[in-house]
Design a protein around this ligand. Structure first.
Ligand SMILES: C[S@@+](CC[C@H](N)C(=O)[O-])C[C@H]1O[C@@H](n2cnc3c(N)ncnc32)[C@H](O)[C@@H]1O
Ligand SMILES: [Zn+2]
Length: 283
């Protein structure tokens, strides 16, 4: 297995100097060194944050997400995200890339794109890097573990930032984007997974998701250039798939026991998949 990552544009998480090397490890001029894991990602979480068990999704959530997404239920979301990324071209940062379904998928759809996938979870970064190898896009994908609130990448290097179902740090997005670069944000729409919520919370308990006003939250560094609502019906089939979907959502942590049991005993259910995309341009 090659343990290689192009260091261009990556910064030391300790001192902020540019990283060099790339074969087996990345290092800075001040002697800080970071191993590249055999899975193909580099751990650039700052020392002290590395063994934090709350650093990103755990192995079970990452595995659940991988299993569910690989079934193709969210492919229309990948298509929409990839279309937006292609409009800016060049390098995109997938901020909170998870197990890389959208990162690697966009690279597969567009040979002109390259990506840096960033996630706090080492399980996510490892799965994403392995996926890139499997899909033959590893030469255009670099995966690192790092915090989204302090991404170890140089100012202005990205043509776009992708943020799907992940926390947004608009100040960091502005810093890493070139002028005219774009943030593509996808958040759960009002009725996203309404079918799942009806089973878990009952007809009355399944409340709509409140919209997130990204343009207002992002402040003066950006202007909104596009909004798109992607919504479609899906029938989720098979107990394994249903368990995987449940395991990758926050509902896993906040569901009444009886509701969770009812869901996990279902063989199929219909639901809306609904995502609000917002595209912001850096001024
Ligand atoms: C709901 S998942 C979405 C993953 C992927 N974008 C997708 O849609 O499949 C959110 C991801 O953000 C990561 N994450 C959450 N907070 C983070 C932070 N502060 N820094 C880096 N990654 C973070 C988690 O580890 C997780 O992989
Ligand atoms: Zn350093």
């Amino acid at each position: 297995m090659t343990r290689r990552i192009d260091p261009d544009g990556l910064l030391c998480p300790v001192c902020g100097e540019p990283l060099a090397g790339g074969e087996g490890a990345l290092f800075c001029g001040r002697g800080h060194s970071f191993d590249i894991a055999s899975a193909g990602y580099c751990n650039l979480l700052r020392p002290g944050k590395r063994n934090n068990s709350r650093a990103g999704d755990d192995g079970d959530m990452v595995a659940a997400r991988g299993e569910f997404l690989s079934a193709g239920y969210y492919e229309p979301l990948l298509d929409a995200a990839a279309d937006f990324l292609m409009q800016s071209g060049g390098l995109f940062i997938d901020a909170g890339c998870g197990e890389g379904y959208y990162t690697n998928g966009a690279l597969l759809k567009c040979a002109d794109l390259s990506a840096i996938g960033i996630d706090a979870s080492k399980y996510a970064a490892a799965a994403a890097a392995k996926g890139a190898r499997r899909l033959g896009v590893a030469d255009r994908a670099r995966y690192i573990t790092a915090s989204l609130s302090r991404m170890p990448v140089a100012d202005g290097i990205a043509d776009s930032v992708l943020s799907l179902f992940a926390p947004c740090d608009y100040g960091e997005f502005a810093r890493v984007l070139r002028r005219g670069g774009r943030v593509v944000i996808g958040s759960a729409g009002a009725r996203h997974l309404d079918g799942l919520k009806r089973i878990v919370y009952g007809e009355d308990g399944a409340r709509e998701n409140a919209p997130i006003m990204h343009a207002a939250l992002a402040g003066g560094a950006f202007c909104e250039v596009k909004k798109k609502n992607v919504a479609y019906e899906a029938v989720i089939e098979g107990r394994g798939r249903i368990a995987a979907l449940f395991g990758m959502t926050p509902y896993k942590w906040r569901s009444p026991e009886a509701g969770a049991r009812a869901l996990l005993a279902s063989d199929r259910f219909a639901t809306l998949v609904e995502v609000d995309f917002t595209v912001l341009e850096k001024l």
